[in-house]
Structures are given as C-alpha cells and as structure tokens.
Design a protein around this ligand. Structure first.
Ligand code: HEM
Length: 147
C-alpha cells in the first residue's frame, strides 16, 4: 500500500543520468531555443532560392514549418500566432518554391519577414527584428542541381 510508486516517481536513464517524466517534459525546447534555428534556416532558404537551388530551398522551408509546429506544441501560448503565420505567410512561399518562381518568392519572403517581426512586436519581443544577412550562408554549396 504505502510503498506504491506513482508514474510521477518513475525515472528513465538518458544515457547520462536518471530523469523523471517531468524532467523530460521541462527540457523540451521553447521558442528561445527554436527561433535561432529558424533564423539560420530562413537565411539558407532565401539564398538557396536566389541561386535557383530549389530542392534546398524547399527543404529549409519544410524544416522551418516543422520547427514552428514543434514550438506551437511545446509553447501553446504561441500556437495561434505560429499557425496564422504558417497559413498566411509560409504556405504561399511553399507554393512559389514548388513553381520555382523567384520573383514571387522574393516578394512573399519580404512580406513574411515583416509579418514575423510584427509578431515579435506583438509578443513583447519588439527588440528582436530579424534581417536577412547581406551574404549567402558560407557553409552550404548553393550550386543549383537536381538529383
Ligand atoms: C520566418 C519567420 C521568423 C524568423 C526568421 C524569426 C526569427 C527569430 C530569431 C532569430 C529569434 C531569436 C533572436 C535571438 O535570440 O538571437 C526569434 C525570437 C522569437 N520569435 Fe521569431 N522569427 C520568425 C517568426 C516568428 C513568429 C511567427 C512568431 C510568433 C509567435 C515568433 C515569435 C518569437 C518569439 C516569442 C521569440 C523570443 C523567444 C524567446 O522567448 O526567447 N517568431 N525569432
């Protein structure tokens, strides 16, 4: 009776230490950890599209969608904003990439960044204004190619 253990007390071995379920939940990434990756992938998506390397642009934009869905799950207070952004700004970008239309992509990209920074302001992060770096990312080969 008294020595019954609830699932809350159960621990799992991470390979490095024991963790309770609560520990596992608490360390899931919030926007503070997810957003810097979104910024890096946004940079890559833009210059991949500009170079005409569409498979890479498509991949980066899909990864960003996945990261925003992850953020919407771990931080439900941002779910509505993130879903709105994905529907109104990201979906059209995905469509421009599917058509390999850089002029459309470029215009939609600029609109999406304005919307993203408006969300930063709305959520009291007015001091975070993302801007596109002036140079392409140095760590990926952007040469346009298909498999
Ligand atoms: C492609 C679109 C977006 C880009 C490129 C972007 C970029 C970034 C970057 C780079 C940061 C971190 C700054 C730093 O600490 O160095 C950040 C933070 C943040 N972003 Fe975004 N963002 C985007 C869209 C959004 C949207 C749609 C929301 C709506 C909820 C949002 C909400 C936030 C919040 C709340 C933070 C602060 C996270 C914290 O608590 O530390 N962002 N963003």
């Amino acid at each position: 009776m008294g020595d019954e253990k609830s699932v809350k007390d159960a621990t799992v071995w991470s390979g490095h230490r024991d963790m309770t379920l609560e520990d596992v939940a608490v360390i899931q990434p919030g926007l503070g950890r997810i957003m810097p990756e979104i910024g890096a992938r946004t940079w890559k998506a833009y210059y991949a599209a500009k170079a005409g390397h569409w498979p890479l642009a498509k991949f980066q934009v899909k990864e960003i969608r996945g990261l925003m869905e992850l953020g919407a799950f771990t931080r439900p207070k941002y779910e509505e904003n993130l879903n709105q952004f994905l529907e109104e700004n990201w979906k059209p970008i995905e469509e421009a990439i599917a058509k390999e239309d850089f002029a459309a992509f470029d215009a939609l990209f600029n609109k999406a960044i304005e919307a993203a920074n408006a969300f930063h302001e709305l959520r009291d992060k007015w001091f975070i204004k993302w801007k596109l770096p002036s140079q392409p990312p140095p760590d990926l080969d952007l040469t346009p190619r298909k498999k």
